[in-house]
Design a protein around this ligand. Structure first.
Ligand SMILES: C[S@@+](CC[C@H](N)C(=O)[O-])C[C@H]1O[C@@H](n2cnc3c(N)ncnc32)[C@H](O)[C@@H]1O
Length: 370
């Protein structure tokens, strides 16, 4: 039994069953027992691999996206370059290197990282030295000024709640105990504050699960407010769906395999699909414009990943060239990360469509998100 399971059992004994949202929050971010607080989970020896860890091309292209967007913003002489949930710092390291020759951008950028895990902050700091980096626990703590925000696989690490359809309405899915073990259950009364897109519980089969993510929407709203107030843009890349729909997408992964969600709480990564439509809507309500989402493959191809791979293969050994080809395939192929992973941009109103999202330029926000 993990230390977090003991902790959750003690909380349930004291407070009664806990919502899935609360348990997911504890599992990922509890400062003592949480998954990210207690380990470096990335890479072949860890639990999962993310796009920046697959290839330097990912961070490099995002670095160039930032330089182009900075120019679109009118090249302010000071710009906060912010990454939310930077993991090992690899994406930021690759993007800083790729943008190093763009003098105006380099003179303007100030790197700020939002990271909840003290352990990962130490890894990021070492990785990015000697670049001056400011750390924050929350986006709210960021100083004012024009801003460029990058978030790769950050939103999927924020908790979701789950609702279950019953004959008398939607109820919160909860975690309870049975014979000492953790198990899923259903809350005692119909839930309130339901997401507006949700169909009536009686219109879907009994037991249908739907997810809602107030914390994710709060962060998107905060980004939207910030962009509308100070100018700038955000690039959000994650796995998920473009339109809100019912479904249970919560999953636990350990050592690159799916495992039982409650059996290894705190020792396995817990994620759930990102509902891009909800993020876009929250940011637009706060005053920003939203573009996309589009498949990660299409986005990276629009930024020139094929040309970058060809360039890297020149002068590479056969083995290196094979690795570059395989990384390209993994990042862009629809059967790999090319479609399930999606990119969405948020901008201050009045900015042109960001690189990669030009096809959305003529589309009114209301048409895109209803
Ligand atoms: C799935 S990892 C992604 C890491 C990195 N962006 C990458 O692509 O490799 C999620 C990151 O978000 C951080 N994180 C999770 N919840 C957070 C929160 N509430 N506030 C700040 N950082 C958080 C984790 O510690 C970790 O660095």
């Amino acid at each position: 039994m993990t230390a977090l399971i003991e902790h959750v059992r003690a909380l349930i004994a004291k407070e009664g069953p806990l919502s899935v949202e609360r348990v997911m929050g504890l599992a990922l971010s509890d400062p003592t027992y949480g998954y990210y607080a207690t380990r470096d989970p990335f890479g072949a020896a860890g639990d999962f691999i993310t796009a920046p860890e697959i290839s330097q091309m990912f961070g490099e292209l995002i670095g160039l996206w930032c330089t182009v967007t900075h120019e679109q913003m009118g090249a302010p002489p000071d710009v906060l370059l912010v990454e939310l949930g930077p993991g090992r710092g690899t994406l930021m390291q690759d993007s800083l290197r790729a943008s190093a020759r763009i003098e105006r951008f380099c003179a303007a950028r100030r790197v700020h990282l939002v990271e909840a895990s003290a352990r990962l902050r130490a890894i990021q700091s070492a990785r990015l030295a000697p670049e001056p980096v400011s750390f924050h626990e929350r986006l709210e703590d960021m100083p004012p000024g024009p801003i460029l925000i990058i978030a790769n696989e950050f939103f999927d690490a924020l908790p979701v709640g789950q609702l279950v359809s019953t004959p008398d309405g939607w109820r919160e899915r909860v975690v309870a105990t049975h014979g000492g073990a953790l198990c899923f259950g259903v809350g005692p009364s119909p839930a309130t504050n339901l997401p507006t897109w949700l169909p009536p519980a009686q219109a879907v089969p009994e037991g249908t699960i739907a997810e809602h993510a107030p914390e994710r929407e709060q962060v998107a709203a905060l980004i939207g407010q910030r962009l509308a107030r100070d100018g700038g843009a955000a690039l959000i890349i994650d796995y998920g769906h473009g339109a809100s729909a019912c479904g249970d997408t919560l999953q636990a992964v350990r050592a690159h395999r799916r495992v039982d969600i409650l059996a290894q709480l705190g020792d396995a990564d817990l994620t759930a699909h990102v509902d891009f439509a909800r993020l876009a809507r929250a940011a637009e309500r706060a005053g920003a414009r939203a573009y996309g989402p589009i498949g990660q493959g299409r986005f990276l191809q629009a930024l020139g990943i094929d040309a970058r791979a060809t360039r890297l293969m020149q002068g590479a050994t056969q083995e290196q060239a094979a690795q570059i080809r395989s990384a390209l395939e993994r990042l862009t192929a629809p059967s790999a990360m090319g479609e399930l992973f999606k990119a969405m941009a948020l901008t201050a109103p009045g900015l042109p469509a960001p690189a990669g999202f030009e096809a959305f330029a003529a589309r009114a926000p209301a048409l895109a998100y209803g």
